[in-house]
Design a protein around this ligand. Sequence first.
Ligand SMILES: [Zn+2]
Length: 481
Amino acid sequence: MYRVKNTLISLIASFSLVSPAMAASSSLPDMGSSTSRTLSVTEEQAIGDEYILGVRRYLPLSQDPLVIEYINEIGFRLVEQNPDAHDRKFYFFVIKDPSINAFALPGGYIGTHTGLLTAAENESELAAVLGHEIAHVTQRHLARRLERQSQLSFPALASFIGSIIVASQNPEAGIGMMATVQAGFQQAIINHTRENEKEADRIGISAMSRAGFDPSAVASFFEKMQQATRYLRKPPEFLMTHPVNQTRISDARARARSMPAPYNPDSLNFHLIKARLALSVSESNVADYETAKKLYQSEKLKDEVELFRFALLCRANEDYSTAIMLLKQLYLQRQRNYVYLVSLSETFNLAGQPEKAIPFLEAELKNSPTSIPLIMTYARSLISNDQPRAARSLLLEHSYAENVEPQIFQLLSEAQSASGFVDEVHESQGQYLYATGDLQGSLAQFELALSRASDDPYAATRIQAKIDKIQYILRQRRYRK
Ligand SMILES: [Zn+2]
């Protein structure tokens, strides 16, 4: 399965660079003329919306609401400073993959690998890559490359993307396809992307500077990746999809120098999020814990990020009381830093003391009533504390927003089932499966939901609309095969 996931990652990174040979060899129906047409933003969005369903289904996405919120915060700081971005939708997500990479899909979906987050030494390095990817979207580099696939008219193009998703369910087909795509991909990079890269750097750097990041991080991070290539068997994936040469680095450096100087220091959250990520992927937690414990006992851990990291290591090694003591201290010193609060509450829950998390969370939610990490942590604490009804009302309130994290629906169905609202579970499960790309599964749940009685006068109409939408997508996919 992992191999298939990797295959899909590469396909996603490269699908817009498919060679004409690849297109001709596929069994796509001939949908019409090969003269070039402009891909409208709406069409591009539709392709992206379908694509993201496959991403959610087949890639290992980070489900940590703190990580998701953080990457969106940095992403939108840059989007706001990109004048071409204002009429477009954006959504940032994180993939659990140790390689250094990020990529943009049509429709403003931007994926970042955990490897990039852990390799970035400061927030500006992360912003350098995100600003660049955002510019690929706003300058329509993806859309224009899609347009250039002259053998493919647009319905066939969407079908091609659909078939990648279908192929990924069949490993052999997926891998065969992969080889063909890769061959075309290498060539397409050399032929097409230098200008795009330059333009994305230029626009990314201005947006970074206006958003308060250090624009010189573009040149320094690219250089660092290039140097790393010497010691690795394979260059960082990012360099394979965004080739860097010395001219590009010098251009980026010169441009950064022309930007106004003062910029903001790293946010505390950058380092806290990195600590959480490092711990969730590290396999040496026990050894790290022993080392950190010695440092802590001899009072050598002074820095608050080191203390936070030690608290997480304690938690991973089931020393809940030390973890709670430290996290509480950090939180109270830094009122309103919800990374500490969420970590503290999770630890209370793990230690079987959800009732101790609840007052902290309630107080903080008064300040930030729409914070998804806080809402999810509060709901989880309520469920663990035998208050599933309260969790259900809270989650229902927040499950209608756009781009809701799928885990909200999972938690909601837990709360509904624990509080006896079993008929409602099917709709929440349907929403969860839809949001994670399992259309057949979600259709089955929505059909069950429709067959149950409901006190909600809008339920039937709402559920029927979802069934219609899924059936439409499935019909389209069948038609394209
Ligand atoms: Zn690029």
